[in-house]
Ligand binder design. Structure first.
Ligand code: CP
Ligand code: NVA
Length: 339
């Protein structure tokens, strides 16, 4: 019957490159269906738990709207609402939720938590971001790239900034899986862990993707079809902001770095939220403290026609919809598609 039935999506390598490609294309299809008002209630009568240890705008909204569009009921369970890991073990919470819900989304700190939820709940679990990975973001991001270039293999994606966070890990491994050349520009002590690079290299050997990790931002940017960055300090990270900013300022996406790509058609990506000006409370405080108008990306680049950040954010919804629909929905996706 359905090839993906009952599976969890805890990290990118839970699926094969072919399966990720299917998800990307199915997400585009679901986006078009919604635009044409074609109903797609693949999860009629299902109940979905949305667990959030960390805050979220896009991921929470995308899961909520996607569940409604698919005919399911989403239930938000925030960190102050449930016992998870404080008064009750994650394993016990998993068993309880699995007895009532048909699927569970988890956003939080430890990858081990989402792995335990999947192991002990008995229902599909979807990782809405941990300290290590952001897999649902990858489906939206590569869907956005494919929409712009018509294909993925052979493109070059450059990520600059904190090379050790969830986004850097996910972009590195997913690019390698899908045959996209991946450049990471980051200072030596913020470059990806050797284990993540080795994992990506295994996939790159098969896909033909080229991996470049460098402390030279100009070298990283060269030839980029997409220039990508993320916040310099991630949720829950305890670091000295001043020192982090000093280390990462050379890796800011600004007009000079865009020019360093040597390409006119480079698109600018960011998973959001972004500090590109002083309009947020935190951004204003940081800007004043460090005398900077922007952090990881300048306002001019963020607002340029090359930036696809809001299209990317909008794609989170159909991407998450595709993931939920294939793993939990009443769909027929034959195994032979992935042989
Ligand atoms: N990109 C992303 O995951 O955004 P949120 O933190 O708002 O969900
Ligand atoms: N690296 C960021 C991503 C936010 C979507 C964080 O973890 O805060």
């Amino acid at each position: 019957n359905n090839h993906f039935e009952g599976q969890s999506f805890l990290k990118e390598i839970d699926f094969t490159p072919q399966e990720l490609t299917y998800l990307i294309d199915f997400a585009s299809h679901l986006k078009a269906m919604k635009q044409q008002n074609i109903p797609h209630p693949y999860l009629q009568g299902k109940n979905i738990a949305l667990l959030f240890e960390k805050t979220s705008t896009r991921t929470r909204s995308a899961f909520t709207v996607a569940a409604h569009d698919l005919g399911a009921h989403p239930e938000f369970l925030g960190k102050d609402d449930i016992q998870l890991g404080k008064k009750e073990s994650v394993s016990d919470t998993a068993k309880v939720l699995g007895s009532m819900f048909d699927g569970i989304e988890f956003r939080g700190f430890d990858q081990a938590t989402v792995e335990t939820l999947a192991k002990d709940s008995g229902v599909p679990v979807w990782n809405g971001l941990t300290d290590d990975w952001h897999p649902t973001q990858m489906i939206a991001d590569f869907m956005t790239l494919k929409a712009h270039f018509g294909h993925l293999a052979g493109l070059t994606l450059t990520y600059v900034g904190d090379g050790r966070n969830n986004m850097a890990n996910s972009l590195l491994v997913t690019s390698a899986m899908l045959g996209v050349n991946i450049h990471i520009g980051a200072p030596a002590d913020l470059q990806p862990a050797a284990t993540v690079v080795a994992l990506a290299q295994q996939y790159a050997d098969v896909s033909g993707s080229e991996i470049l990790i460098t402390a030279d931002p100009t070298q990283a940017a060269a030839n980029a079809d997409a220039l990508y960055t993320d916040v310099w300090v991630s949720m829950g990270e305890q670091v000295d902001y001043g020192a982090r900013i000093q280390a990462l300022l050379p890796f800011q996406i600004n007009a000079d770095l865009v020019a360093a790509t040597g390409k006119a058609e480079t698109i600018i990506m960011h998973c959001l939220p972004a500090f590109h000006d002083h309009q947020t409370k935190t951004g204003a405080a940081l800007g004043e403290k460090y005398d900077l108008p922007a952090l990881e990306i300048t306002d001019d680049v963020f607002n340029s026609p090359q930036a696809v950040v809001f299209e990317e954010a909008g794609n989170r919804m159909p991407a998450i919809k595709a993931i939920m629909a294939v793993t939990l929905g009443n769909l027929f996706i034959p195994d032979c598609l992935f042989a």
